[in-house]
Design a protein around this ligand. Structure first.
Ligand code: XMP
Length: 326
């Protein structure tokens, strides 16, 4: 039977509506879970973060959050997850440093689909191993939102949260935001006290920076993607574009060109800046970036990021291009 948003659930646009929703969900979670333990894969994305904050309010220590660092996260993200959830919200958080494990597996892999597959499979393995170490877990919380349900029912995409969990993870699901749209999840996240940079975070693909490092991922080029992405985010923030442009990021392909650094020939990578706007992600337009801003970003990336001697801006809409490069 189709899983349909209840008619009684009105659109959540205000703080008062969010507070009511939070109170209702806390009661519902308490009733569903009782004094049992719940496990949650906390990526730092909006949806899983809001679910974590809700469950912490409802059941406190009985929520066990697992944050897997696969080495493909943006600069400062694992630290932010630990700071917000462990230090500020007092979450029972297990941090797994799986960076070497993922990067070793990905070494030399050039095919985009194979890269995605390895990242997805390994994530599930790491998570399942961690779950097996824990005693008395009966529930699995997920940041499923309403578009996930609609899209999986229409066959547009596999339900990204349910998709690949192995059968031995035989948990009952807790999905407190499954009838909400993204903008409603954000209102609830703010009402729960989560920081703006978490709540209004731009979309970030599951395979992370892995798809922005086209070709075989190497640690040095991955670092160049991470550092250039951090500079771009900083400059967009300063220019007041952070909440306005839908998605923006850098890509460092496995390609070098000749340049000059410190008056010497420098054969280094190029960095592509992409900034797009969209309402449905099916079609995207390119942000008409200000010339001076682009010069500043270029200057910073070529001088601050080791291995980059050239910056390009991608003017291609979707279609013909996709948003990501892989
Ligand atoms: P494309 O490149 O298909 O991207 O035009 C459309 C949107 O989807 C995001 N994206 C992904 N998100 N896992 C995700 O969770 C993925 O494998 C993935 N690939 C692309 C992309 O960032 C953009 O917002």
């Amino acid at each position: 039977m189709a899983d349909v948003r209840p008619e009684s659930l009105k659109r959540i646009t205000t703080r008062a509506q969010a507070d009511d929703f939070i109170a209702d969900q806390i009661a519902a979670i308490k009733e569903q879970v009782g004094d049992k333990k719940v496990l949650l894969a906390l990526s730092g994305g909006v949806d899983s973060s809001v679910v974590a904050a809700l469950l912490i309010k409802a059941i406190g220590e009985n929520l066990v959050c697992v944050h897997v660092n696969h080495g493909l996260l943006r600069k400062g993200e694992p630290e932010m997850v630990c700071k917000v959830f462990r230090d500020e919200l007092g979450a029972n958080l297990i941090y797994i440093d799986a960076v070497d494990r993922f990067l070793d597996l990905l070494a030399g892999v050039t095919d985009p689909e194979q890269k995605r597959h390895i990242i997805g499979e390994e994530f599930i393995k790491v998570f399942a191993e961690e779950a097996a170490k824990l005693d008395g877990i009966s529930f699995l919380a997920q940041g499923t939102i309403y578009p996930d349900i609609l899209e999986s029912e229409q066959g547009i995409k596999a339900h990204h949260n349910v998709g690949g969990l192995p059968p031995e993870l035989d948990f009952e699901l807790v999905e407190p935001v499954k009838y909400l749209y993204k903008d409603e999840v954000r209102v609830v996240g703010s009402a729960l006290g989560l920081p703006d940079n978490m709540v209004y975070r731009q979309p970030f693909p599951g395979p992370g920076l892995g798809v922005r490092c086209p070709g075989a991922i190497t640690r040095d080029r991955l670092e160049a993607v991470r550092e250039s992405d951090a500079i771009l985010r900083e400059e967009f923030e300063k220019a007041g574009l952070a909440g306005k442009v839908w998605q923006y990021f850098t890509v460092v392909p496995d390609f070098k060109s000749t340049g000059i650094k410190d008056e010497k020939r420098a054969f280094e990578w190029l960095c592509i800046v992409r900034a797009i706007n969209t309402t449905d992600v099916v079609k995207c337009t390119v942000e008409p970036i200000d010339y001076d801003l682009m010069c500043r970003i270029t200057d910073r990336i070529t001088h601050e990021v080791p291995g980059i001697n050239r910056v390009l801006y991608d003017y291609t809409p979707k279609p013909t291009a996709t948003v990501e490069y892989e």
